[in-house]
Design a protein around this ligand. Structure first.
Ligand code: 5GP
Ligand code: ZN
Length: 116
């Protein structure tokens, strides 16, 4: 673990990123970590996180959001979705349904997804 990263020992995604809790890892880089959702809502359901712990989208520094935006393209390529298409979802705060307060993008794909 890079000790320069904000880290919350009680956060399940920090634990996964630190290798303390198992997950099916799909992509990793210096700043970004992606793994399968434990309760997939589509044939492909990957959670894309900054390694650093920021509870919500709005609390995440712009520099980190910029890196995530760039690397979402790399995640799509890594899991073979660059040409297939996918849906990105970010819950922000309890009213959105966010339950894990470590920023993550949901990347969803499979057979044609239902209307949103
Ligand atoms: P949120 O509602 O916070 O945007 O989504 C959190 C997601 O994390 C949910 O889709 C949930 O299934 C997933 N999740 C919760 N706990 C775990 C876990 O321990 N491992 C993995 N891989 N996913 C989890
Ligand atoms: Zn965390």
């Amino acid at each position: 673990m890079n000790s320069n990263h904000p880290f919350d020992p009680g956060c399940i995604f920090c634990q996964i990123i630190a290798g303390q809790k198992p997950a099916r890892v799909r992509y990793e880089s210096e700043h970004v970590f992606a793994f399968d959702d434990i309760h997939p809502k589509a044939a492909t359901h990957v959670l894309i996180c900054p390694r650093a712990h920021y509870p919500t989208f709005l609390e995440t520094p712009d520099s980190v959001l910029a890196i995530l935006g760039q690397e979402i393209k790399s995640v799509a390529a890594q899991i073979g979705l660059s040409h297939h298409g996918f849906r990105l979802v970010v819950n922000n705060g309890p009213a959105s349904g966010q339950i894990v307060f470590h920023l993550h993008y949901h990347m969803l794909a499979g057979a044609r997804l239902g209307g949103f």
